[in-house]
Every structure is written in structure tokens, then in C-alpha cells.
Ligand binder design. Sequence first.
Ligand code: ZN
Length: 378
Amino acid sequence: MTNEDLLKLAMDLIAIDTTNPPGTQQEAVTYLKEYLEKRGVECSVETAGETPSLFAMIRRSPSTSKLCWIGHWDVVPSGPLDAWTITPPFVPVIRDEHLYGRGACDMKTGVAAAIAAALEWAEDPETSGGTLVLAILADEECGGVLGGEPFLPRYHKEFQFDYGLVGEPTGFDLKTARRGACWGTINFSGIQAHAARPDEGDNPIHKMGVAVVAMSNMVFTYDTSDPAPPTIAVTTARAGNKDNIIPHEATIGFDIRTAPSQSLKSIRSDLIETLQKAGLIMDTDYKLDLNWLADPYATDHPCFSQICSNAIRSVTGRTPSLCAKGGTSDGRFLAALGVPVLEVGLENTTLHKVNECCRVDSLISLKQIYRKIFTTLL
Ligand SMILES: [Zn+2]
């Protein structure tokens, strides 16, 4: 597959609006299925609700190692269209050696690079064994409930994967672990009153302010050997609807990225203790609700890591660092089943932003890296 073919595939994918939500579009999967089947690759479309995920399977005999490459076809919303100053989000262009458009780094380009590498690997007479499955999933940007969560376990049951490789943007570093995610809300109770008579009321916004300051400085209980420390961010605040009324309640929402040694129980007690030190008593001043969204994982597989590091170094000339930053990925659905999962992908400086882009030569490098990993592992 030529570099022009690779670029065209990436641009064709970017041109299909797959914004999630709603994330129910069929066009990208239909396009990819036709593209792959025309080139002799067996494909299966799995649907959850109205939402399709595509599995492309290359089984070679004798089947030795089995690798599942994981990517997604959905993209996040564009944001303000007039802020896209280079090109509209679904009109891909190349300017100054960069490819622009929504999905240019997260991650239509990663999907195109993996497909190109897989086709080259499949056609290479020098390689003989191994099985490669490309999981091009729906719903990654909304939690994977309609993509990775139902389908990766099912395909693992059928294939018994030895390795998982995620194509999310990593800046050509090697991601060996992912933190988990836990969302929460705190509802502060108060007594509504005239703002001119605050002593007759109980102001929940004042409690909310105390809590936000305490939470932004809080220290979690976790193991310092965890691959990355936990973080907390207060993300929503709602209270009041009139300037001269003390409201009767206030609510904040927050997002915690969890380390492997944390549990729902330890997070809950850390939060209660932090708020107690700030003078707020649970059930009297506030109610706490926590929702565990995603498990963290860490992969310790020196051989797999070495193969990926060597591939990155031989293509880019730079030794990748091992990292565990960022949010969650669909890799957790395989990691939870005991499959070693690593991640390598493009530069990650513009993901989810306006004017999303990647360097054209990065896209070509990524294809070469995947090709080397497929050849060495399988
Ligand atoms: Zn992504």
C-alpha cells in the first residue's frame, strides 16, 4: 500500500461525520467493510442498538500468536465551527505537511495506519503464522458501552488473544497502563431564605465553596508504586436561580482518575475525611454519590514492551518513554480478561481540540511501526 493510498484512506474516513453523540452512523463501517473485503479481508459487523463495530480478521496458518489491535471510528463533537480556521472538521486538507480534520489524531488516522500495516503484513510472503484481528469499535468517546464492552470479551472468547495493542494517540510513547475513572456528585443541603437575612437561612453555596477548595487540595490514599497518581477535578457546579435568594441546595460534579491500588471504598473514605477536616459532615451537610466508571490496568510484559519499543525506535530514531497518563481506553476491556495490553499511536497535542491535526510523516511512521510489531509478534 503506497503512502498516497494510506493518506487517501485516512482522509476518506475523516470526511465521514461520525460525531459521538449520537455515534450511531453506519457510513464509516460500511466504507471500511467494503474497503477491506475488496482486499480479501474477512469482516464481521457487530451491532449494539443501532451502533455498528467492525472486526477485520486475518487468520494465518499455522496460527501461533494472536493479536487484537484496538481502535475506534467515532469522534468527539467539533466545538465552535468558526474556530476551525484551517478547514471545516469534516473537510480534510493537507497544509504545511499536516493533515487537518476531526479525527486526524483521535483516531481515524490510527485506524488507517493499522489497516495499511495489516494489509501489507497479510500480503508479505515472508510472514507465515499468527492471527491479527482489527477491532474498529463504536462508542469509545462515550464509554464503550455499545462497542468495546460487549464485543471485546466476546471476540477474546473466540480467539483467545495473546496480546492487545491500542492505537490511541500516545505521542509515539508506549503506554503501559491506564488509570481508571470514577465520577461523583455531592449535594449540599441548605435552608432557603431572603438574601438580606442570611442568619435565617443556611447557605449551601458557602458549603460548596469550602468543599471545592478542600477537594482541589486533597491527597488520596494510594500506593506510590502505582504507574500514575490519581487526580480529581470538580467539573460542574449548580446552585441558585435568583440573586436575592439563598437557595435550598447546591450540587457539584467531579471526575477522579484512579490508580490501580484505589477502590470505591478508599475513595469514599478519603473524600469523607477531606470534607470532615473542612468542617462538613456527611448526611448533615451533604450527600455523596460515587459511580465507578472504568477499572484501571497496568501491563507488565517485558517481551511485548521490548518488541513495541524496538519498533518505535527503529522507525522514529527515538527511544519511547513508558507512560500511563491520560484517560481511559477500550484496552481495559481486554486487560480485565488478563490480556497484556499496550498502546502506541500518533502525536496527541490536538486531540479533542479545534484544528485537530497530525504530521503526514507521523502517519506514515505509525504504519511502519504497526507493520514491524505485527511482523515481530505474529
Ligand atoms: Zn480516541
